[in-house]
Design a protein around this ligand. Structure first.
Ligand SMILES: Cc1cc2nc3c(=O)[nH]c(=O)nc-3n(C[C@H](O)[C@H](O)[C@H](O)COP(=O)(O)O)c2cc1C
Length: 216
């Protein structure tokens, strides 16, 4: 392990794939969209995956990877189980953070904001678009609850596939959230660790953003 770690430690990555000019515009959503498009264009694996961090009632943070499924005027939409750990934590504290990391472009985007549930119509529409197996999986999995053994999960999957042999309705405990950002930080790796960081900090309820650079 140590030998392996030493090997990585001595590999001093020189970030030189791009730069972040002062001309980022005044709309962080548009800028996010441009970067997202580039990540997809360069075939960054799992470009739509991000880390969502939440806190529990004791302020213990926890993080997990999710997929962003839509980018609306309000924010980033993702889908999950409302009764999961993240669901319970978001119920208690809707403030959270999201992190995108696109190594192919030497970029990361940090987002802070607040979540709310999307409408049942939006959740229904997305649930409908999923493959039948994923729909049944949403019923079978009591996400984040302790599971005695894998057979139990498979058994529940079979039971729901018999119950819903035609259309699978959306489970009431499954749906989407929209994360409304109040802060974005765009990070571009640069040589000599003199990385570019540009922050968009929302000033008020209007779409006015305070835009500034940060030291790397
Ligand atoms: C690449 C990737 C994408 C994922 N996408 C989702 C997702 O969109 N929704 C989801 O509920 N879980 C997704 N997961 C699983 C979550 O990371 C996590 O295990 C699960 O949501 C339970 O989290 P919780 O116990 O903190 O609520 C994904 C995992 C990976 C590795």
């Amino acid at each position: 392990m140590e030998e392996f770690l030493n090997k990585i430690r001595d590999d001093h990555h020189n970030f030189d794939k791009g730069e972040l000019s002062d001309h980022v515009g005044n709309d962080p959503f548009a800028f996010f969209h441009d970067w997202f498009k580039e990540a997809v264009t360069v075939q960054q694996p799992e470009a739509n995956a991000f880390v969502l961090s939440t806190v529990n009632a004791k302020f213990q943070p926890s993080s997990r990877v999710l997929y962003i499924k839509e980018l609306t005027e309000e924010g980033m939409v993702f889908f999950t189980n409302y009764s999961s750990q993240k669901g319970e934590e978001l119920e208690n504290s809707p403030l959270c953070s999201a992190l995108f990391f696109w190594p192919s472009l030497e970029r990361q985007i940090r987002i802070e904001g607040i979540v709310s549930k999307v409408s049942s119509e939006v959740s229904d529409a997305y649930f409908k678009s999923r493959p039948r197996e994923s729909q049944l999986g949403a019923w079978a999995s009591q996400q984040s609850q302790q599971l005695e053994n894998r057979e139990q999960l498979i058994q529940r999957f079979k039971e729901f596939s018999q119950l819903y042999f035609e259309e699978v309705p959306r489970p009431p405990h499954w749906g989407g959230y929209v994360l409304k950002p109040s802060k974005f930080e765009f990070w571009q790796g640069r040589p000599s660790r003199l990385h570019d960081r540009i922050v968009f900090d929302r000033m008020d309820a209007n779409n006015e953003w305070n835009i500034y650079r940060k030291n790397p």
